[in-house]
Write a new protein. Structure first.
Length: 284
């Protein structure tokens, strides 16, 4: 007894005849009859009553049909299990993250766990200089950081997120609709993140490019703390638009030109192994 015989019996029973079963199985009627006869000889019982007008299951056939269907379903499940195992992505992926560069990791990691439960992700937060060394020495597989913070030679960087950044100030300063220059922002943006944080990196680059010097008076490690200082009129802070939107009571001012960009990339080796490639797809 083999799966082909079981499939043929089920087809004859469900289609109500040998000719219809042959069409379903993409074969000829004589082949269907031969397969059924061989199975009946093996079982020592007839499965179908054959007349000139119809084909009907015998009592033995009625008893045999559910078992045949169950066997075919079990075989299908076994095949699917093997296919899943063959194509399942597994392994450990180490991600080095610049502080503040990945504000909502749960979105990508939850989707990754759903699609690839066999992939284990280790996330390590470290300042830019340590991440540069880590990616070069392959102690991490992916670096998530402000664009340009990781070395580029022999590596590939993919965009993760890009958006405009704005100067956030206390509400009611009367200048919400007027773009701010780099020089004006430098004198206002005295609230910022600690050196090595992603927002601080992006902001410092902007002022350096504009050749404008500023002094940071208040250093924080999270956006709510920055917003609280701004709210009490202790200075302004440069934030990505999406983060600034979390504080609707504050005023966000766009830069006139050449403002900072929240440009986050994922940097990795040029030919990532399957587990790393799976993580990259969910990141980017």
């Amino acid at each position: 007894m083999d799966l082909r015989q079981l499939e043929t019996v089920v087809a004859v029973a469900e289609e109500g005849g040998f000719t219809a079963a042959a069409r379903r199985l993409h074969t000829v009627q004589s082949t269907v009859s031969t397969v059924v006869r061989a199975l009946e000889r093996d079982l020592g019982a007839e499965l179908f009553e054959r007349t000139t007008h119809r084909v009907a299951l015998t009592p033995a056939g009625k008893a045999f049909l559910p078992a045949a269907r169950a066997a075919l379903e079990a075989a299908s499940q076994a095949r699917a299990t093997v296919d899943r195992a063959r194509w399942q992505v597994t392994g450990e992926v180490r991600i080095g993250v610049m502080p503040g560069a990945w504000p909502e990791p749960h979105r990508a990691l939850s989707a990754l766990r759903r699609d690839h439960p066999g992939v284990r992700v280790l996330v390590r937060t470290a300042p830019p200089n340590q991440l540069r060394e880590a990616v070069v020495t392959s102690t991490v597989d992916i670096v998530v950081a402000v664009a340009g913070c990781a070395p580029s030679e022999g590596l590939v960087s993919r965009p993760v997120w890009k958006e405009e950044m704005v100067l956030v100030t206390a509400a009611g300063d009367g200048a919400a609709d007027r773009p701010v220059s780099a020089a004006e922002a430098a004198s206002t943006a005295v609230v910022d993140f600690a050196p090595g944080w992603a927002i601080r990196e992006a902001t410092d680059r902007t002022f350096q490019s504009a050749r404008v010097r500023r002094t940071v008076v208040h250093e924080v490690t999270d956006a709510p703390a920055a917003a609280e200082l701004v709210r009490h009129d202790l200075g302004g802070c440069v934030l990505p638009v999406s983060i600034a939107a979390q504080f609707p009571d504050l005023t966000g001012r766009r830069f006139a030109r050449g403002g900072p960009a929240w440009n986050i990339t994922a940097t990795h080796a040029g030919d990532p192994r399957p587990a790393v490639a799976a993580v990259l797809r969910h990141l980017t």
